[in-house]
Design a binder for this molecule. Structure first.
Ligand code: HEC
Ligand code: HEC
Ligand code: HEC
Ligand code: HEC
Length: 446
């Protein structure tokens, strides 16, 4: 199956994001993929207990194999949901042999890229994220390895995941998608989960097999901010691709619960109460979830570019909110917005973070309760995940008497999301206002 899907993983020889996203890098072949077996020995990364010999704990394989869902990503392709999905989608081969699924659930690289030890059933394994190991497996165990620069390591195929823009983009390959790896509404309607993501939270859930603790205490805020920017960028690029493709309109780019909510009597409808500003009544809105919280990190960092992004996205959502918005205009606008998001993600990757920034962004998000909640269930979900992440960072660094209360109020946000079809914007906003009131009592800059 030497098809296009196999190109995407060839950008390993890159230490900068510009390189990662350039077309030429995608054709760079650095070395073969070995599979995770080569990392599994207890003297390498397969220790059960964390070790203290080097800064690497050496139990990474054990964490991945024992706790990380990525290790089972191939196996899920033979479960009942997958088999039914294949039937509904009329796939010509079983999901665990089909590139449409293998593209994200296994290391589906071309045969000539597979070393002898390679095994497709290993799912999403070390080299998916770290880059093909054949070129660096030997060198990276030698003492002088840590003296090499990220560029030198990248030349051997190891991706620089300490760079948060590259790290997020790596996750987003599968958690948002690329040209060759796609989850669309057809697949969702057939049973695939919708793709939602938040770097800081998902890294914790994964669970992390590394420590970022040698970085500043506010590293988690940076992870959140850069992750949001990259997520917006990559999803806008996806929107541009889809607007130009044969399957447009693509429902997965719209607010899911504009269509999937339950109906009420007119007097009880918060949607009718709010109205349909900027779009034709009854036309589902663009899914703004990847923007509604990011905008505050952006405005704090580069106000001029953030303003341009605001106005470009107003144009885009206006075009999306018409029954037959012009596809080419949509694609062009999404591309312009993606450029701006790229530049903002870069700025966020370069700046420093502290308590004041973290608190200010949490306050701005909660202060915008009513607008965010009206963008729908997915936008509310990003706000809840973001507050969860940011408050997690905040409380790690700040002793706070109201900690338990704030935590409970944030958990209350997630409860509002439990039944998405019954999602109610005013109720979500009211809960956000509780968080807002508690946060405004915190000391720290306003
Ligand atoms: C763009 C990448 C991508 C493609 C292509 C893809 N998936 Fe997935 N899949 C994911 C991600 C990411 C998740 C985890 C989503 C989450 O929980 O946030 C997932 C989750 C799933 C789950 C739920 C797993 C669980 O633990 O409950 C099933 C089942 C599944 N995928 C089957 C398939 C099948 C079958 C195909 C092919 C028809 C496919 N996937 C194609 C990325 C992809
Ligand atoms: C889903 C992506 C992903 C997978 C799969 C993955 N890693 Fe990682 N790994 C990361 C990220 C992100 C980091 C943090 C960045 C860093 O420290 O390089 C990391 C860090 C590490 C580190 C610490 C590096 C350092 O210098 O501190 C080691 C060692 C490691 N991973 C080994 C492994 C091994 C072995 C496997 C397979 C058994 C694996 N990883 C699978 C994403 C992944
Ligand atoms: C090669 C594709 C791929 C890459 C790269 C990838 N993931 Fe995943 N991820 C998946 C798939 C497929 C699943 C679903 C696995 C399953 O349910 O068994 C998944 C599941 C997850 C889950 C579990 C979600 C849930 O609902 O429980 C988390 C958390 C996660 N990924 C985080 C990350 C992070 C963080 C990164 C980057 C450091 C990353 N992933 C990179 C494909 C990928
Ligand atoms: C423009 C309207 C529209 C939008 C937006 C939309 N869908 Fe759908 N969806 C539909 C229709 C129509 C069906 C087919 C329902 C049927 O045949 O009963 C469907 C089917 C589904 C199904 C399978 C039906 C079921 O009962 O299990 C799921 C799951 C689903 N959509 C999820 C989503 C998600 C998640 C999103 C956002 C990423 C989304 N949809 C966006 C209109 C929409």
């Amino acid at each position: 199956m030497a098809d296009k899907g196999q190109v995407a993983w060839r950008w390993a020889a890159c230490a900068t994001l510009a390189c990662v996203t350039s077309a030429s890098a995608q054709n760079t072949v650095v070395g073969k993929y070995n599979g995770p077996g080569g990392c599994a020995s207890s003297s390498c990364h397969g220790s059960i207990q964390p070790k203290q010999i080097t800064h690497v704990a050496q139990n990474e394989y054990s964490i991945w194999a024992g706790q990380d869902k990525h290790a089972r990503a191939y196996q899920v392709l033979s479960n009942d949901v997958s088999v039914r999905m294949a039937r509904i989608l009329n796939l010509k081969s079983p999901p665990n042999q089909n590139q449409k699924c293998l593209a994200c659930h296994a290391l589906a690289v071309a045969p000539e890229m597979r070393a002898q030890s390679f095994d497709i059933s290993d799912g999403v394994s070390c080299e998916h994220c770290h880059g093909p190991a054949a070129g660096w497996l030997g060198p990276h165990t030698v003492k002088d390895w840590e003296t090499r620069t990220a560029e030198q390591k990248a030349q051997l195929g190891m991706r620089d995941l300490r760079d948060l823009a590259i790290r997020s983009h790596t996750c987003l390959h599968c958690h948002v998608g690329t040209e060759e790896q796609s989850v669309d509404h057809q697949m969702i309607a057939a049973g695939h989960p919708d793709l939602t993501f938040e770097l800081n939270l998902f890294s914790a859930v994964m669970p992390r097999h590394w420590k970022d603790s040698d970085e500043a205490s506010w590293f988690g805020t940076k992870e959140w901010a850069v992750g949001q920017g990259m997520q917006l960028r990559d999803s806008l690029q996806r929107l541009a691709r889809r607007a130009r493709s044969s399957t447009w309109p693509e429902y997965a780019e719209l607010d899911c619960f504009a269509c999937h909510h339950s109906l009420t009597a007119p007097k009880d409808s918060w949607r009718q109460e709010v109205g349909y500003a900027g779009r034709t009544p009854g036309v589902p809105a663009w899914n703004a979830s990847r923007f509604v919280v990011f905008r505050y990190a952006a405005a704090e960092t580069d106000a001029a570019t953030a303003d341009k992004l605001e106005s470009e996205l107003a144009t885009l959502s206006g075009l999306m909110g018409q029954l037959s918005g012009d596809r080419e205009q949509i694609a062009a606008s999404a591309e312009r917005a993606a450029e701006l998001a790229h530049s903002l993600a870069g700025a966020l990757n370069g700046r420093s973070y502290d308590q004041a920034f973290t608190l200010r962004v949490m306050r701005k998000i909660t202060g915008d309760a009513s607008a965010i909640s009206q963008h729908g269930q997915r936008a509310a979900g990003q706000a809840a995940m973001s507050l969860d992440s940011l408050f997690g960072v905040y409380k790690k660094n700040t002793k706070d008497p109201a900690e338990a209360e704030i935590r409970a109020a944030i958990n209350g946000l997630f409860q509002q999301l439990d039944d998405p079809s019954a999602y109610n914007a005013p109720r979500f906003a009211a809960q956000m206002q509780k968080v807002s009131a508690l946060l405004s009592e915190q000391k720290g800059s306003h």
